[in-house]
Write a new protein. Structure first.
Length: 292
């Protein structure tokens, strides 16, 4: 579950602990979005430094989520451009000036992994260097994930918002045993790059050779979060069809938590949307969990 908005319209902190207290079954929470500024060493969580007092409650809840077994990842990049351009220098010293503060951040807040949302057009060599350095500095079970648009895992070319070929990157990003360095892909099935309304997009990805357990179906959980929103009933049906076809289906991620399902009337709290999705993922396939 992605979390980017940390306060409600009433200026109250968005509460994450109901994700565990209400037994939603959530496994990962991804804190979004970290950006590397042009000034080396300057990192922002959205528009402010991560150590700003406005995030004190967030870090308090992150620790409690982790104590309950939920893995918490940091998302780097996203729609705000520049982060990966800053990591693109061919000069090793310049790369380290931007990269090393990121390492310190991940350690300071005890993140369980990093999600690379690359929306700057960079080369696969730049992405590979970053992934290899992260794995060198953070051994498993620290997770390295990426967030490509769905078409980037269908089209074996560079015609995507990241600017490189994910097929080529994945083939190169392996350890000495040949195991992939990217643990899984939080794939964007919206904004015109795919749809979770039917199983079609996901099936196209798997037909290209991607392992289902490494492909998470990323969806918008509110119509106000972007284009390509699909109602929850349709997502549930798609999940059930994909589970039946792929027993190792990789799961679902939602963008983003604070308003999940509220506009649609799934419930009065965002954790209720998460629970509906988790029920669809884990309930016996003979049952159909639809929003009433």
């Amino acid at each position: 579950m992605y979390v980017q908005t940390f306060t409600t319209a009433q200026n109250e902190s968005v509460r994450l602990l109901p994700l565990v207290k209400e037994n939603t079954g959530v496994t990962h929470v991804i804190i979004s979005s970290f950006h590397l500024s042009t000034q080396a060493g300057e990192i922002h969580l959205n528009d402010n430094p991560p150590n700003s007092t406005q995030f004190d409650y967030l870090w308090h809840e992150v620790k409690k989520l982790q104590a309950e077994g939920v893995k918490v990842l940091a998302m780097l990049g996203g729609a705000a451009r520049g982060t990966y351009d800053n990591l693109s220098s061919g000069d090793p010293a310049t790369f380290r000036r931007y990269y090393e503060p990121l390492v310190r951040l991940l350690k300071q807040y005890n993140f369980d992994g990093i999600d690379l949302d690359i929306e700057d057009r960079i080369s696969s060599a730049v992405a590979l260097r970053l992934i290899q350095n992260i794995r060198q500095d953070f051994a498993p079970p620290f997770s390295i994930t990426m967030a490509p648009v769905a078409t980037a895992l269908i089209n074996n070319n560079t015609n995507n918002i990241s600017g490189f070929n994910y097929f080529e990157l994945d083939a190169s990003a392996v350890d000495d045993s040949g195991a992939p360095l990217v643990d899984w892909y939080n794939t964007q099935f919206y904004s015109g790059f795919g749809s979770a309304g039917t199983p079609g997009t996901y099936r196209q990805i798997i037909a290209q050779g991607w392992a289902p357990e490494r492909v998470v179906m990323g969806v918008l959980d509110s119509a106000s979060d972007g284009s390509g929103w699909v109602n929850t009933n349709s997502i549930v049906t798609t999940i059930q069809e994909l589970r039946a076809q792929y027993p190792d289906f990789g799961g679902v991620s939602g963008w983003e938590y604070f308003n999940a399902g509220l506009q649609e009337g799934v419930g009065t709290e965002p954790w209720q949307w998460v629970k509906v999705i988790q029920d669809a993922l884990y309930a016996p396939l003979s049952r159909r969990w639809l929003v009433k």
